[in-house]
Write a protein that binds this ligand. Structure first.
Ligand code: GLY
Length: 383
């Protein structure tokens, strides 16, 4: 293990591994420290939708960032395959957002007007594509959106960055971090590793590092449950998105159905009531699925934030300490652009001011209190 590296990334989910990948590509020596196994928390629980238009209602910087990140996947899937041998199973056949009543139809019509290139399908057009979905009154076809296999994306970033000299330390708790003469000393289990830069990409667990460095804890853990069925015939080829429900047809024959949403809840068990709610909703839309094989159920905790936007940027008072967290429902979608953005920040490359402003950690400064007022070192305590 290298004892001094350029960058330590805390958190080995898809965001942390993407950051390590883009830094490694630029020959920045990077170590990822993960408290469990890489990608086995929120990343693994995600359905992997690249839902630029299901997750946005209006144009703007955030929408453009989402779009840029989704667009990166086309070349990235080839690049990652050649470096890691892992196929991230990119699907580019679109997402269909469906209205089942007049109110939803009006909302989707407004969305169509807000963006370029979304195609309106009437009820008949929807039925043709989705095995007789009788309640549909219309829908929006988002041709350029799609999905990937989240754990494979994370694994591919990981393997690719390891192949370029990156390090990964798994099953390891980060203790105290001491910042001394521009070097961070990071306590890990019974050891210390030092780095010129630290990036906190620990999802819902990032809160302790905000608090330890004089900022407000911005994290809002938001539990979500999903289940998968394995239908005998795959009659749905496209991701379907409804009000409060989605169905993602995976290449291995599973349909992933999600998701519940409980704010300020970080429980990781899967509740009977949550799965019942999803199943009930699904079977009202597709009664014939009642006979299909139930494959699995699971839970993830989304790293939400108090203002609903990710936090990506340098600490307002501690140079070379960065945050890259709070991607809420969109960690998989935003992983490529976030990894690239953090590597640009660390390397002091040009970053548009609109992006810096949108994601700045400064949003969570405590009024009238500076980090220097409180203490001279960062200490996160145990997690
Ligand atoms: N990305 C969808 C969800 O978090 O449920």
């Amino acid at each position: 293990m290298k004892r001094h590296v350029d960058v330590v990334v805390i958190g080995g989910g898809v965001i942390g591994q993407s950051i390590a990948y883009y830094l490694s590509k630029s020959r920045v020596v990077t170590t990822v420290i993960e408290q469990g196994r890489s990608g086995r928390k929120a990343t693994q629980a995600a359905a992997g939708m690249l839902g630029v238009h299901t997750e946005n209602d209006q144009e703007g910087t955030y929408y453009q960032f989402c779009q840029a990140s989704r667009n990166m996947y086309a070349s990235l899937s080839k690049e990652l395959f050649s470096l890691s041998g892992i196929d991230i199973q990119l699907s580019t056949n679109g997402i269909l957002e469906i209205a089942t009543n007049e109110e939803q139809k009006q909302r989707l019509r407004a969305k169509q007007n807000a963006f370029e290139g979304l195609e309106w399908l009437d009820a008949e057009g929807i039925r043709k594509r989705t095995s007789a979905l009788s309640q549909a009154v219309g829908g929006l076809y988002m041709r350029r959106d799609g999905h990937v296999e989240p754990l494979k994306v994370c694994e591919a970033f990981k393997q690719a960055s390891l192949s370029m000299g990156g390090q990964l330390i798994e099953n390891c708790q980060v203790g105290e971090i001491v910042h001394d003469h521009d070097v961070f000393h990071i306590q890990i289990d019974n050891d210390v590793i030092s780095a010129d830069h630290v990036v906190v990409a620990a999802g819902v667990k990032s809160g302790r590092w905000f608090e330890a460095t004089g900022l407000m804890n911005p994290m809002v853990p938001t539990k979500g449950e999903c289940f998968a069925i394995k239908p005998s015939i795959q009659s749905i080829q496209q991701t379907l998105f409804f009000h409060n429900l989605y169905l993602v047809p995976k290449r291995d024959g599973r349909y992933i159905i999600g998701a519940t949403s409980y704010h300020d809840d970080s429980n990781s068990y899967t509740s009977t009531g949550g799965i019942f709610e999803l199943m009930n909703h699904l079977l009202k839309l597709f009664p014939s699925f009642k006979q299909e094989e139930l494959h699995s159920c699971w839970t993830g905790v989304r790293p939400g934030t108090k203002d609903g936007k990710p936090i990506i940027g340098e600490h307002p008072e501690i140079p070379h300490l960065y945050f890259a967290t709070g991607h809420y429902r969109n960690g998989i979608l935003l992983a490529p652009a976030t990894g690239k953005l953090v590597s640009d920040m660390v390397l002091k490359r040009y970053v548009p001011s609109s992006i810096q402003r949108l994601f700045t950690p400064n949003r969570f400064r405590k009024e009238g209190i500076t980090y220097a007022d409180t203490r001279e070192r960062t200490s996160g305590g145990g997690s």
